[in-house]
Design a binder for this molecule. Structure first.
Ligand code: ATP
Ligand code: MG
Length: 505
């Protein structure tokens, strides 16, 4: 099932591919200079010269977007209207995508000739492509959907579209004819999951055929017009190795994460919006054994587990009549009756926190979940308040003890102000001091300066803990020698970069 989502086999979504394969050749735009790939020169550190800094890897080439004149949009509207008058949409629907595109190309070509439209040939090709996308696919969105370098697409009404590339949000030249066209596209997307957006039901979550996560909110709630946010689905999720290559984690930190995964620690991944939590969760699931039965619960299936024995569950929103909702809590509770070895919760945001902690506590070691919070300490209080809000009449201390007894490690993911994503803390939960849970950082990330390109310069350091609480667990799984070795060899400095001397055991 998942494989199908990842492929572009589905009719509409496959169109982006056709463009790339050259059925409609995009001519290079004369006024758009190709972007050079700039490799960051070796970084000069301002405050702390003693820190070794390796330049960040080269960023992928960002495709330039075509700039279009106002005239282009006027011509497009005229040609589009003429096309709609000319073609028989029912007959077009009977053709396969390639044939339908050919048909539209021919007719648009004729309309351009009849109307004597004067346009550079490259712009004509753009226009034909645009119109094909409008009639057959997601309109102006298609070129953005076809790009692999985009993480998020954010459409704020017909004339403002933003994209996130390499961690940075930028304005895109893509625009819709008007809010009506945008609303139609939103409607087309949500109807694929059997839903509808309009004034009476103005908020909707959906998924594109390729697995991308979509949220739509329309007027009167959204004041700028239909507003759509798309988290592009990456066919190849990043691996821990790649995160290390991107400098999101140090080699030693990566090894510690591997050991944590293999030792079946219960993990909470904490982080802000878009900080890389799901990516990290996916990486951590890689250490589940092949013979383990892993059950995943998500609002929108994003995880891509490689193990053979995985059951994937997805929540369900209420239908148009407001019935039939299946919440995350329903799924997690049901999971417990499905003989899971590990339970993975995509995002914990409500009372399911209680059920996940219970699962962690009752022999489902190696369970994991992500939650929105800015630090490991805040993650603990978020868990506590989620349980309290779920109406469990338990004293705060009992809830905290339950959290401390269940969660072994909290991994903090952050998106820094320069757009880079880092694993900023690996922290273990070690116990209670009175009524307060005690946490112990094992690895932390410090920002030590900024290079001349505005990129933050940071480094991961070990805090000097060589025998963390999960040592015994690691020993049980035969990972203790490696753990001791990695932690003893990791660079141990204080937060100012000064060596701490002997690591304290
Ligand atoms: N270390 C990293 N380096 C570069 N890109 C990354 C890194 N981690 C994640 N990404 C990319 O960032 C985007 C957001 O990641 P992800 O979906 O994991 O974030 P999230 O925290 O789960 O977001 P949300 O809060 O919306 O669920 C994805 O496109 C992902 O590929
Ligand atoms: Mg996520």
């Amino acid at each position: 099932m998942f494989g199908k989502r990842g492929s572009s086999g589905n009719g509409q979504f496959g169109q982006g591919g056709q463009t790339e394969q050259g059925q409609v050749h995009k001519q290079p735009q004369p006024d758009v200079a190709p972007k050079k790939v700039e490799v960051a020169p070796s970084v000069e550190l301002k405050p702390k010269q003693q820190v070794k800094v390796v330049p960040e890897p080269a960023q992928p080439v960002v495709e330039a977007e075509p700039k279009r004149s106002e005239n282009y949009y006027d011509v497009k509207t005229t040609v589009f209207n003429a096309l709609i008058d000319t073609i028989d949409l029912t007959q077009l629907a009977n053709l396969n995508n390639d044939a339908a595109r050919e048909e539209i190309r021919d007719i648009v070509g004729e309309i351009l000739a009849i109307q004597n439209v004067i346009m550079p040939i490259s712009e004509q090709e753009e226009l034909i492509e645009d119109i094909c996308n409008d009639v057959l696919g997601y309109g102006p969105l298609e070129p953005l959907l076809a790009r692999d370098d985009i993480a998020d697409i954010m459409i704020n009404g017909a004339h403002d579209t933003f994209i996130e590339v390499d961690g940075k949000v930028q304005h895109s030249s893509v625009r819709f004819t008007d809010n009506m066209q945008l609303l139609n596209i939103c409607q087309r997307i949500v109807s694929q999951v059997g839903r509808r957006v309009d004034e009476t039901s103005p908020i909707c979550d959906a998924r594109l055929p390729d697995g991308s996560r979509v949220n739509v909110i329309v007027p009167p709630l959204a004041l700028e017009g239909p507003t759509m946010t798309i988290r592009k689905f990456k066919k190849d999720r990043l691996t821990l190795q790649q995160l290390m290559e991107f400098k999101a984690i140090s080699p030693e930190g990566k090894q510690v994460l591997e050991i944590i995964g293999k030792s079946r620690c219960n993990i909470v991944i904490s982080g802000g919006t878009g900080s890389g939590k799901t990516t990290l969760l996916n990486c951590m699931t890689a250490y589940a054994d092949k013979d383990e039965r892993v059950i995943t619960c998500e609002d929108s299936a994003e995880l891509q587990l490689q193990q053979p024995h995985v059951v994937r569950l997805e929540t369900r929103p209420p239908n148009l009549e407001g019935e039939g909702e299946i919440t995350m809590r329903d799924l997690v509770k049901n999971c417990l009756r499905m003989r899971p070895d590990r339970i993975i919760v995509g995002e914990v945001r409500g009372p399911e926190a209680f059920d996940l902690l219970q699962a962690m506590n009752t022999g489902h070691d190696g369970s994991m979940g992500t939650l929105h919070s800015n630090s490991p300490r805040e993650a603990i209080s978020r868990l506590e308040s989620m349980i309290l809000m779920g109406g469990f009449a338990l004293p705060a201390k009992t809830i905290r003890e339950m959290i401390v007894g269940s969660v072994d490690v909290i991994i903090q993911a952050s998106r820094l102000r320069d757009g880079s994503r880092k694993i900023t803390k690996i922290t273990e939960v070690i116990g209670m001091e009175g009524e307060v849970p005690t946490l112990q950082d094992i690895f932390v990330h410090d920002i030590v300066g900024e290079d001349e390109n505005g990129k933050l310069v940071g480094r991961h350091r070990s805090t000097g803990i060589t025998r963390p609480k999960f040592y015994e667990r690691a020993q049980y799984f035969g990972e203790h020698h490696r753990l001791t070795e990695v932690l003893s060899n990791a660079e141990v400095t204080d937060e100012h970069g000064n060596p701490l001397g002997e690591a304290h055991v």
